[in-house]
Design a protein around this ligand. Structure first.
Ligand code: HAM
Length: 412
């Protein structure tokens, strides 16, 4: 026990949990390879303005949840609450989307949001982010959803379905926004204080509110899908056709707006009934205006992020990993065996085997117990007699068969 615990909402990933995380990362890398995506690693912090401009001033993330601080030079920095803004900053800074074909990038890493911790909601959590830059068509949206579905299938979670909506674009959204504002203003008394305040800032935020009263007020509200311009309507129709052709199940969710403001046209989420209140496994959409917001030229983009803690929770329940033990355990039973045991361990490791050992000499009984606990496949017994006979007894712990192993090369 130490005097200190991890910070509230920040969690250690313990050694017994690490294989599950590796499985998530390996599955993602394998799918990235098949879909021809490259890895981009961006810093854990950016200038606060990068997020404030990208995510929207009236979002919960920017209003309440950012870990912002002033550094020693007086600059306001923020631990990234999500990766999309920082990735776009990097894509623009390094011109990654210029040249012949769209940039197709993925990124893993910790994100930080000052939320109230609960099951499936942490203050430091991890995301897999997958993004396509430079392709304005619905094909890119469909390919990303296929990517996500392939990733979930690879993990054995192929039964999760997609919730889909279109949020329009700068051509059709202003008129929709005006209608929604008019509708909600007439019902302002029924809204929660947060939504009443946000009504003037961004009425679409109300569509994301979880309060019962606000949800009830929204029942008869105008829907974005009924107010799309021909460009957005065509994009959405083709996307639906592509998803159907790919055999990807989806459900239209007319109130889906997502918690961030940068989305244009496509918005989607993947929910799981097995997660309780925090049921979104992944979310994303198109954000064609973000590059300009960050001072770049027009660069259409679409992407998603999956929450790795939530996927780990699903995997743990549905397909627990079987922890494998070392290939060999070296039981050092006498001080004279220590040096040969070291040499033998290095030689076995050199052959690619996983080798565990305890170097302080102990009794055979205690060492066999330990090998058993570690789940070792075989034990090399290295005592005084073995040093004299130059042969170690090797016991296979599953079959209990024993054999002799020549120690001569390790004795000099
Ligand atoms: P988001 O919906 O805010 O989207 O987060 C994506 C996923 O991260 C969620 O579906 C959830 O699984 C996980 N997540 C979010 N907050 C927490 C938390 N406090 N604790 C645990 N897991 C959490 C984005 O972040 C966008 N950047 C997605 C995107 C990428 N859009 C376009 N490209």
């Amino acid at each position: 026990m130490s005097r200190f615990n991890a910070i509230r909402g920040f969690k250690d990933i313990r050694p017994e949990e690490a294989p599950l995380w590796r499985r998530l990362e390996e599955a993602a890398r394998e799918v990235a390879r098949r879909y021809d995506f490259e890895e981009l690693r961006v810093p854990a912090a950016e200038r606060t303005e990068v997020f404030a401009r990208s995510l929207g001033e009236a979002t919960d993330v920017v209003e309440k949840e950012m870990y912002s601080f002033t550094d020693k030079s007086g600059e306001s920095l923020t631990l990234r609450p999500e990766a999309t803004a920082g990735m776009m900053r990097a894509v623009l800074e390094h011109n990654l989307a210029e040249g012949g074909r769209p940039a197709r990038l993925f990124c893993f890493g910790p994100m930080f949001r000052y939320e109230r911790p609960q099951k499936g909601r942490l203050r430091q959590f991890h995301q897999l982010d997958v993004e396509i830059y430079g392709d304005p068509g619905p094909g890119a949206d469909a390919e990303l959803l296929a990517w996500l579905a392939a990733f979930l299938r690879e993990l054995g979670l192929g039964d999760l379905s997609i919730r889909l909506n279109s949020l329009g674009c700068p051509v059709c959204r202003p008129a929709f926004r005006a209608r929604l504002t008019e509708f909600l203003t007439a019902r302002a008394d029924a809204l929660c204080p947060d939504c009443r305040r946000r009504l003037g800032l961004n009425p679409l935020r109300v569509m994301d509110c979880k309060h019962e009263a606000c949800r009830a007020a929204l029942e008869a509200a105008p829907r974005t899908l009924d107010h799309l311009c021909p460009g957005c309507a065509g994009h959405f129709e083709t996307l639906k056709e592509l998803l159907t052709a790919l055999g990807l199940a989806f459900q239209i969710e007319p109130l889906l707006v997502r918690g961030l403001d940068y989305y244009t046209r496509t918005a989607f989420e993947i929910l799981s009934g097995d997660l309780g209140a925090q049921n979104a496994v992944a979310g994303g959409g198109r954000y064609d205006g973000l590059a300009r917001e960050l001072g770049g030229a027009d660069l259409p983009a679409v992407g998603f992020a999956a929450g790795l803690e939530r996927l780990a929770m699903l995997l743990k329940d549905r397909a627990p990993a079987v922890a494998a033990g070392p290939d060999c355990y070296l039981a050092v039973l006498h001080p004279s065996a220590m040096l040969p045991a070291f040499k033998l361990a290095e030689a076995l490791r050199g052959q690619g085997l996983r080798v565990a050992a305890d170097w302080a000499p102990g009794s055979l009984k205690s060492r066999l117990k330990r090998a058993d606990k570690l789940g070792a496949a075989r034990v090399f017994m290295l005592g005084e007699d073995e040093m004299t006979s130059r042969r170690a007894t090797v016991r296979d712990l599953a079959s209990h068969e024993q054999s002799l192993f020549d120690l001569t090369p390790y004795l000099t």
